[in-house]
Design a protein around this ligand. Structure first.
Ligand code: CP3
Length: 353
């Protein structure tokens, strides 16, 4: 086993003391990096990249070469799981993800097979290969979509503005939606445990669309299942705790309830003041976030000033521990990498204790 040189991120996720505030960036391997676009071109497509462990490893490592980040996240996608249930994932150029066989009839929902973990071997192989490639520099994060967010794509057949189909099912045939969520929950537990076995040192669950729900629907259709996922995950591997992060975009109103789901850290988007979030969750969980990704469209001085506001707000009680700096959502493809450099530097420089 290769020793881990920088475990700052893992300690922060568990609210243990750190020498400075760690930072990583959601979608840090992506189209804002010219080297990513070059590898993607060689791979032929996004899925060609994600499904090939050598390419996935290569692009996972790219942001670490450029920036002094404190964690890496395996290059993949949340939609690999419904793909392994036979829904046929594809990317229509310029249109985002789509499924060839979305779940739009009762018969299709009832016939939904379990996700075949053998079909996800490319993800586990990519993790094992990437762990070797990182060579102990920083920890490697594995991830999954939440059962509800996966169900949104599986039922809508792609992205949606109003989630009309999934919400129609919710309010007409809730048992059918619960059936899908149950399948997704079992799949995500198996998927994340296999990622841990393959080398993931922390795991994150992305609930991108949970924030489109009412408070009560969020509890019933998203949070309840995420709570079961965390209860079903391995707690330790290689003699260390495997921290869990849970992110609901738009979940700022429900942080107290999210803090009881079994996650060690909660991701927050930029709509909530992170100091207020900390006051509300107290010492129950660490927090990850929460700079508006659009701040990176500003000049470097503005990026530094806005990052400073997040850091100052978090440290309102004189305590910086328990904060993982990140954006409030994925980095935009139109970001200038020089601003990412400025951001990483200012977070490290201004928080060193
Ligand atoms: O953070 C990382 O560097 C890891 C990589 C990662 C990707 N997708 C790569 C990706 C992660 C963690 C995801 C998760 C993901 N995928 C989520 C949850 C997080 C979030 O952003 O809300 C969701 C909802 C998806 C589904 C998905 N995949 C969408 C909506 C898209 C299209 C996005 C777009 O801007 O076109 C994807 C494709 C995708 N996944 C890209 C990347 C880098 C861009 C595709 C490309 O290179 O063509």
């Amino acid at each position: 086993m290769i020793p881990l040189k920088n475990d700052t991120f893992l300690r922060a996720a568990l609210r243990q003391p750190t020498e400075y505030t760690p930072i990583w960036i959601m979608r840090q391997a992506g189209r804002y990096l010219p080297e990513y676009n070059a590898t993607r071109k060689r791979a032929g497509s996004f899925l060609g990249l994600a499904k090939n462990p050598e390419y996935a490893c290569e692009v996972t490592l790219q942001p670490l070469e450029r920036f002094d980040l404190d964690a890496s996240i395996i290059f993949s996608d949340i939609l690999t799981v419904p793909d392994a249930m036979g829904l046929g994932l594809y990317f229509a150029e310029g249109e985002g993800p789509k499924f060839e066989r979305p779940l739009q009839t009762e018969a299709a929902i009832k016939a939904l097979p379990d996700a075949d973990m053998n079909d996800l071997k490319y993800v586990f192989d990519a993790l094992t290969l990437t762990r070797k490639g990182i060579n102990g520099k920083v920890p490697l994060i594995g991830f999954s979509g939440s059962p509800y967010t996966l169900a949104c794509y599986m039922i809508e057949g792609g992205g949606s503005d109003d989630f009309r189909r999934v919400k129609t099912l919710m309010y007409r045939e809730p048992a059918l939606l619960h059936h899908i969520l149950e399948k997704n929950t079992q799949a995500v537990i198996a998927y994340l445990n296999a990622q841990i076995d393959a080398g993931a040192q922390a795991v994150m669950v992305f609930d991108t669309w949970g924030g489109s729900l009412s408070a009560s629907a969020y509890e019933e259709f998203s949070l309840a299942y995420v709570t079961r996922i965390f209860a079903g995950l391995k707690r330790e591997n290689e003699g260390r705790v495997v921290p869990r992060i849970f992110f609901t975009k738009g979940g700022g109103l429900w942080l107290e309830r999210m803090a009881g789901c079994g996650a060690d850290a909660l991701g927050t988007d930029w709509t909530i003041d992170i100091g207020e979030a900390k006051r509300r969750v107290g010492h129950r969980v660490a927090l990850q976030g929460n700079l508006d990704p659009s701040v990176l469209f500003g000049k470097p001085e503005r990026v530094e000033a806005e990052a400073g506001k997040v850091l100052t707000s978090f440290a309102h009680d004189g305590q910086r521990d328990g904060h993982i700096f990140n954006l409030g959502h994925g980095i935009s493809q139109f970001t200038d990498p020089a601003n990412v450099q400025a951001l990483v530097d200012v977070v490290h420089r201004s928080t060193r204790r």
